[in-house]
Design a protein around this ligand. Structure first.
Ligand code: IVH
Length: 710
């Protein structure tokens, strides 16, 4: 259909189109956009070889729609925009839900709940109703179908009737069972509803990584979950650490002659049963109450505890427990009458944008921070909100003096949702970005592929202090008693100036400062001493090399026997490492080729800091599975266990004897027993079936050699 030359040309065309600001596009670009999108669709849908990043594809698609809105007469029947149903994404096939996905009616206070209870009792013709209460998860709702126990399909909510088929991504979610014993209970097909969420910690770590790479952070865990579900690269989805909670069996068909499982008479029973089948469910949080007053009391108590959960909840869902009564109550066209949401107080507020300050980070990135009129949101007074980078400010069209809507999602940092442009009175002023570093006055620079302006003066005092704070932080060298405040203080007093100086602090001067007793000095000394034997990956992470997060630091550490080995690695060799692309490789290369950084390594070693990788001997250098641990369990049908183990080891991975927190992958054959259960409980282990293992190892193979496995 396309010759290789065609492909090359269209690919260049797509990239060129992406570089044209949307306002400058005109009707002449319409045909090019269609060609580029059709080609990308073909690669994606027919060949399953996406050529564009999700965001690039979306940008092209939005540009097409933007132009077509301007030139409706030019919309043709074969335009890619005419393929999709309204409100659905362009990238995944659309599928019908077996039962429409309804939303829930909302309540906000005791009075609303009393009204709802009254209606339930009237319709069910009873005095008292038994209710089940569970968290309302703030994520992306999905519907999954199991056939004879196998996970067959996973779809987003879409418009409620049709959703997007995101099975491939749902399968990346480690907690989502690929098999559940519905078949053993006589159930042929089951449709299950639930929510895909991102734990707050995972979300924050991901945003830290994004901002360190100069990308805009994602707004909140909910957006992050629904965005991730629609990413085209399943391995990226896997890395993002999504979680699932399944809370409703919306439909099931029994095998001929089979009896309905006993649990399926109440909501509580059904969730308990799903819990036993191995699903992540609300079971542990769920409560049954005999009447509405107890429900109301519980809502008050739970709202206070909402931040204790590892994921976001925006309310509680109250469900009539008895299924027969649920059937009696039925549903309206929009929501079931047997369930209602109790929404927690909004964690949004409006405030005035007073001014913007510009802060310098460890890597020199300049972060605009909005100073707003202090406003209480969910029990915390917010007066300062990060705006991340210039693009965010432009996208949100923010102006000084604007009324802005601020949201605080749990303990996630607050962010500006939007400015209320309709409230402007003409006195608002544009936000001016500085051209010089606010601290050292060096001229700021911005790279073409980055959102952040940067101070590139390596001796900029703020950066130096931030580098020290990063070095001692928990995930780096973990020098606990020497926290950020102490570092800043010692730095300001000239008692610390660079990383190695931590190991030659003048304690005599510090004891003379006041405020530091003998005990706290002993503690600090002890923590500093202990840091000298931290593993190499922590040191590499602590050095604060741009784009090198914890994972890349581990990859780098396990590829060498000594930190200085990296002095000899060129960009090409660095790129052979897992997840190291040209950007990261260049940064690592530049770092180790700077004279002052090599001198720093010498000084650190001189102070006794470990720069060797003691675990290296167990690991094949640069192997694509370096540092990864595997265990095989159950009966394997597609390959011999010993062959598979040898292959893992040949690629630098290692085989563990049992399931523990150290295990990365458990490969499961049939009749897997306690090991699988234990791995599921631990939750941190990736469970693969044989096919997934083959896929993993063969994908790895493509980057190393082209021979096929087994
Ligand atoms: S039950 C037919 N339970 O909230 C009833 N929904 O607007 C199905 N949600 O679309 C919904 N947590 O995506 C139910 N524990 C929970 C929930 C929950 C979150 C979502 C769901 C629904 C939305 C309500």
């Amino acid at each position: 259909m396309y010759t290789p030359d065609d492909e090359k040309q269209i690919y260049e065309l797509a990239k060129a189109l992406l570089n044209i600001p949307r306002d400058l596009l005109n009707s002449d670009h319409l045909e090019d956009l269609k060609v580029a999108i059709n080609y990308a669709d073909w690669k994606y849908y027919v060949l399953d070889e996406p050529v564009l990043a999700d965001v690039e594809y979306d940008t092209l698609f939005k540009s097409l729609k933007h132009l077509e809105a301007h030139y409706p007469e030019l919309v043709t029947e074969d335009s890619p925009s005419q393929r999709v149903a309204h409100g659905l994404s362009e990238r995944f096939p659309t599928v019908s839900h077996l039962v429409p996905m309804l939303s829930l009616d909302n309540t906000y206070n005791a009075e609303d709940l009393l009204d709802w209870d009254r209606r339930c009792r009237e319709l069910a013709n009873t005095d008292k109703v038994e209710y089940c209460v569970e968290p309302k998860y703030d994520g992306a709702s999905v519907s999954v179908i199991y056939e004879n126990g196998m996970l067959r399909r996973g779809a987003t909510r879409g418009d409620g009737v049709m959703g997007e088929d995101v099975t491939i991504n749902i399968r990346q979610i480690k907690s989502m069972p690929l098999y559940a014993a519905f078949d053993k209970a006589g159930i042929e097909q089951a449709e299950i509803r639930g929510e895909i969420v991102i734990h707050k910690k995972v979300f924050e770590a991901y945003n830290r990584l994004r901002t360190s790479e100069g990308l805009s952070p994602l707004a909140n865990p909910r957006n992050a979950a629904s965005g991730t579900l629609r990413i085209l690269d399943p391995s990226e989805v896997r890395k993002r650490g999504l979680s699932a909670v399944l809370y409703h069996i919306s439909d099931y068909t029994m095998k001929d002659g089979a009896e309905r499982p006993v649990g399926l008479k109440t909501h509580y029973g059904s969730i308990q049963w799903m819990h036993q089948l191995g699903f992540p469910t609300p079971f542990m949080q769920m409560k049954v109450f005999k009447g509405i007053q107890e429900v109301i009391d519980f809502c008050g108590v739970f709202e206070q505890r909402r931040d204790d959960l590892p994921y976001e909840v925006d309310g509680l869902v109250i469900k009539v427990n008895d299924f027969a009564m649920q059937d009696t109550l039925g549903m309206t066209s929009h929501h079931p009458r047997w369930a209602v949401a109790y929404k927690f107080k909004a964690r949004q507020a409006t405030s005035k944008l007073l001014r913007v300050e510009f802060q310098v980070g460890r890597t020199g990135a300049i972060t605009p921070v909005a100073k707003i009129e202090p406003v209480p949101i969910g029990g915390v007074t917010v007066s300062s909100v990060s705006l991340f980078n210039e693009d965010v400010v432009r996208e949100k069209d923010l102006k000084i003096g604007d009324t802005v809507l601020v949201e605080r999602a749990g303990d996630v940092i607050p962010y500006i949702v939007k400015s209320l442009a309709e409230l402007r009175n003409g006195t608002e002023t544009a936000i001016e970005f500085p051209t010089e570093c606010p601290v050292c006055k060096s001229v700021l620079e911005k790279q073409a592929d980055e959102a952040a302006w940067r101070c590139i003066n390596i001796n900029c005092p703020v950066q130096a202090a931030e580098r020290l704070i990063h070095y001692v932080s928990k995930d780096a060298m973990d020098i606990r008693n020497l926290g950020a405040a102490n570092i800043q203080k010692f730095f300001d007093l000239g008692l610390l100036n660079d990383i190695p100086s931590i190991y030659e602090i003048d304690w005599f001067k510090i004891s003379g400062l006041g405020g530091f007793g003998e005990k706290s000095i002993t503690n600090m000394k002890h923590a500093i001493e202990q840091s000298k034997s931290q593993p190499l990956n922590r040191l590499i992470f602590g050095l604060g090399i741009r784009f090198v997060g914890e994972t890349t630091a581990k990859t780098l550490a396990s590829a060498v026997t000594n930190l200085r080995d990296l002095y000899d690695w060129d960009i090409e060799k660095l790129c052979t490492l897992e997840d190291v692309g040209p950007k990261v490789a260049t940064s690592v290369y530049d770092f180790f080729n700077r004279h002052e950084n090599r001198e720093m390594v010498d000084r650190l070693e001189g102070f006794g800091v470990n720069i060797a990788n003691y675990q290296k001997d167990a690991v094949v250098s640069g192997g694509s599975l370096a540092g990864k641990t595997f265990l095989f369990t159950g009966t394997l049908s597609q390959f011999k266990r010993s062959d598979a183990e040898a292959k893992v080891e040949a690629k630098g991975g290692s085989i563990l004897g049992g399931v523990s927190a150290k295990l990365n992958y458990l490969v499961v054959g049939t009749d897997a027993g306690s090991k699988l259960e234990k791995a599921k409980k631990l939750g941190s282990i990736v469970i693969l079936d044989e096919n997934e293992f083959l896929q993993l190892i063969n994908t790895e193979d493509q980057s190393v050699d082209s021979g096929s496995l087994f």
